[in-house]
Write a protein of this length. Sequence first.
Length: 295
Amino acid sequence: MEISEARLPVDADEIVEFVVKRTPGQDRAVLRADLDLNSARSLRVLVAREADGAMAGVALARASANLPAGALFVMVVTRADCGGRGLGSRLFAAVLAEPADDVTRLVGCVLDGDQVSMDVALRWGFERRQTSITSACVLDGAVSVEPPRGVTVEVCDDLTFDDEEGVEAMLRASQTNPEADLGLVLTLSGLRRTPAPGQRPVAVLTRVEGRPAAIAFAVADGDQMHLMYTGVDPNLRGRALGRCTKALMHAHAHGLGIRMALTENDESNAGIRHVNDQLGYTPHSAWHWMMRPLQ
């Protein structure tokens, strides 16, 4: 078994298909974005191949703007028939062989119900930090809605604004979610760098009397998109702005030919999950986010 650096972007499609086949709950849009060199502060991807060239395993170590300082996201996936042969441990050690000087902790995730992977993560020293629920919504029935009086919703796929400072301030203030408490803070510049080649950004901004009030941002991959974030200014909550923003986001995406939306929220975030239920989202998968010190 030979372990070597992946040839990106050449190997990206093969890696995506390999990982999705092994873990069907994976979101293709997020995975492909994770393989994009241009949006990462650092990225190392290794592949293990057998003598005939068949892929047997993949390891990824990525630092990016939406991760906490010092955090490195790590993913290791091996083919089902390669389990128990030490390949996962070899890939894990190899992808972490030369971490950047500022890396202090590792972040990973395990699909709920995958007890084998959970046992491996725990054996490698990871601890559970939170559980996120991924929900899916078919957009074929998405229709535009009339915003309340004084409320406007504008398409802003390029995230370019005349009042960028005001939008940035609203985006930061809106992040009262558990992920922000872990240091996963989103910025406009970070969101702009998220889509990988072949993907496109999809975004809408809601204003109240002209003031930035809510935002929704997604990455589309073919006819599917992952809704990365929806946030509302805390001072303007309780006015159904989140629901209005998402509904108009769905209508805009449907007009672009997108047929399915996926989104991920912490299991304790009852408010946004209730909004998702009202918009027609149904459970898709659940992921346990894990963390451990580098050493």
